[in-house]
Each structure stands twice: as structure tokens, then as C-alpha cells.
Design a protein around this ligand. Structure first.
Ligand code: SF4
Length: 319
């Protein structure tokens, strides 16, 4: 089901995390009124009759119960809105607020964990620690919601080992889906000042592709769907990105790299490739290539291959 994203920039946020610039990233400087939200939904309803409405861009469950009810009640009035999802931060996940979400039939709660590492969370100005992040994720699951976890890569103080451990924690906490967001330096964020003073160095595009492809094998190898890789920045806002691995086709680059890694590791004699991804295999290393619905590498299916690689990524942590 397609999503209608409704951005409520900074709504519910008490502070500003060092990497965050909602205005620069979305181009929206004001919280949309109900009238505007209604117009967005009506526009979408011309092309489909079933949507999931997503309240993104702020900390939805930090709103008062009355304001939460106001948004949810409003959304539910539209015939095309079949599902609702919200995003929030771990320290604002409480039984009281989850009860409200459940009352209105919200199915998915996306938790902006960003990292499960104590120091990275501190350096990013998140204002909560690992324990709170884990507790929030478990609570969302216990209440029966689909759990989405947002992880940022390349935050201050982070490294490859920390990113992989964070991905593992997300699996352990029961994440159903994950968004991987390599950190961008946005001009309106605190991180930009750190970057210009030489106190922060973002990942290069190549590093982000390598890291995301490792994390993808860990997450999807364990059955957690990666639904997004890289931030969506509207083209007219791209000038607000000062540095970092910004590439609108990052997700494709990462998935292509995953297939290359499987190839390099397994050296299969026979591969099956979906026709739309045929271009990914420039050099099949002597393997016979067939077209089919799903990838397979000799006798190994795609998910088994991911699991094998993901396991090796994790084992490398101890070597
Ligand atoms: S990252 Fe999330 S919690 Fe932090 S300021 Fe931005 S919207 Fe608010």
C-alpha cells in the first residue's frame, strides 16, 4: 500500500539533535494545517483508493494526547486512509501514548533510534541512552505494533563495528523494518558547524555503500526488511546538503553491491537474475546467467545467501 507522507517538522521535539535540519531537508518551514493535510490526501485519492498515512518529521508521541487525537481523528475521516503510521523518538514511547495509537488503529510505529551506542547517542545530542532505545522498541512490539527502526550511519563517534552492533540490536529488539540513513551534513544543523571546524568527517559515498551493504546482509539475512537506504531530499533542497554521501540512487547502489559481494564470496557456476537487475551483473565471472523471478546462486536462494554473508559480517567483529 502506498504511503502519503505528512511532514510535521519538529512537532513535539524539545531540542535539536546535532544532525537534524528538518526545514533544510524537506523545504517545509511550517507545520501543515488540517486544511493542507486534507488537500494532500485529496490529491492522492485521485490516483488510488487505498493509502497508508504517515506522520513523519517530528516526535508524534511527544504531542499531548489531545493533539495526537486531533491528527489521528482527522486522518481517519478520509475513506482512502486505510492505515496510519507515525514516527517518534525512543524517550517518548510510553504506554499511555501507545494506547492512543492503538485506539485509532495505527499499525506501524517507527522509532528513530539512530544508534544503540551510548557514546554515539551522547555525541549526537539525542538525550537518551541505549537502555531507553531498547525499552522503547520492545514496548512497541509488546503492544502489537509493527516496529520500524531508523538507524543513522556515520554519526559522530561511530565506526563500522558500532554500526554492525546497532543493526544486531535492532534485530534482537524485534524490528520488522529498518531505514538506513547515512548521515548528511545539512547546512542548518549543528553538525555543519562541527564539519566546518574540522571536528566531524562524514562518510564518503563509497564508504556508505560498503557499510550499508554489510548492514543489509545482517538485517535482511535475519529477516528484517530494509525499506529505505539514504535520505530523500527533494531536488530543490539538494543545495542544503553541505557534505556526506548524498545520492538519490544510493539504495540501488547498495543492493547492487550486495549482489556483487555474494558473487565474490560464492563464485557460483549458475545464477538466476531478475531481468530488471540484469545490468547489475557486468562480470558474471564465467557463471551461466539465467533470467527468473528471484536471484539464486547455484542452489542457494537470495535470502540464504544474505544470511551466509551477514553471519560472516558479524563473525568478523570478533576477529
Ligand atoms: S532528529 Fe528527530 S527528535 Fe531530533 S530534532 Fe530532528 S525531528 Fe526532532
Amino acid at each position: 500500500m502506498k504511503i502519503i507522507p505528512i511532514f510535521l517538522p519538529y512537532v513535539g521535539c524539545e531540542g535539536r539533535c546535532v544532525f537534524c535540519d528538518q526545514f533544510g531537508a524537506t523545504g517545509r518551514v511550517a507545520v501543515p494545517t488540517f486544511e493542507e493535510i486534507g488537500r494532500i490526501i485529496e490529491e492522492h485519492s485521485r490516483t488510488s483508493s487505498e493509502y497508508e498515512l504517515a506522520f513523519y518529521g517530528g516526535t508524534f508521541t511527544a504531542l499531548s494526547v489531545e493533539r495526537m487525537r486531533g491528527y489521528l481523528e482527522f486522518a481517519r475521516n478520509f475513506r482512502v486512509v486505510k492505515r496510519i503510521r507515525v514516527s517518534t523518538r525512543p524517550d517518548e514511547v510510553t504506554p499511555e501514548k501507545l494506547a492512543v495509537l492503538r485506539e485509532y488503529g495505527v499499525e506501524t510505529v517507527e522509532v528513530g533510534v539512530q544508534s544503540f551506542d551510548e557514546e554515539v547517542l551522547t555525541l549526537s545530542g539525542r538525550g537518551y541512552g541505549t537502555e531507553v532505545a531498547e525499552r522503547a522498541c520492545r514496548m512497541v512490539k509488546e503492544w502489537g505494533f509493527t516496529l520500524g527502526v531508523h538507524l543513522m550511519l556515520g554519526l559522530p563517534g561511530s565506526n563500522k563495528k558500532i554500526e554492525i552492533l546497532s543493526a544486531l540490536r535492532a534485530v534482537e529488539c524485534g524490528a520488522d523494518l529498518v531505514r538506513l540513513h547515512p548521515t548528511l551534513v545539512l547546512k542548518g544543523a549543528e553538525l555543519y558547524k562541527m564539519y566546518t571546524k574540522g571536528e566531524y568527517k562524514p562518510l564518503s559515498l563509497e564508504e556508505a555503500v560498503e557499510l550499508c551493504s554489510d548492514l543489509l546482509t545482517v538485517l535482511e539475512g535475519w529477516g528484517v526488511k530494509v525499506v529505505r537506504i539514504g535520505y530523500y531530499i527533494p531536488p530543490d533542497q539538494a543545495e542544503n546538503v553541505a557534505a556526506g554521501p548524498f545520492d538519490p540512487s544510493l539504495g540501488d547502489k547498495v543492493r547492487k553491491r550486495v549482489v556483487e559481494k555474494i558473487f565474490e564470496r560464492l563464485r557460483p557456476k549458475k545464477v538466476v537474475v531478475p531481468s530488471r537487475y540484469r545490468g547489475w551483473l557486468k562480470d558474471p565471472m564465467g557463471a551461466e546467467v539465467f533470467e527468473g523471478e528471484d536471484f539464486s546462486f547455484d542452489e542457494l536462494g537470495y535470502s540464504d545467501a544474505l544470511f551466509l554473508l551477514g553471519k560472516e559480517v558479524v563473525e568478523c567483529l570478533n576477529s
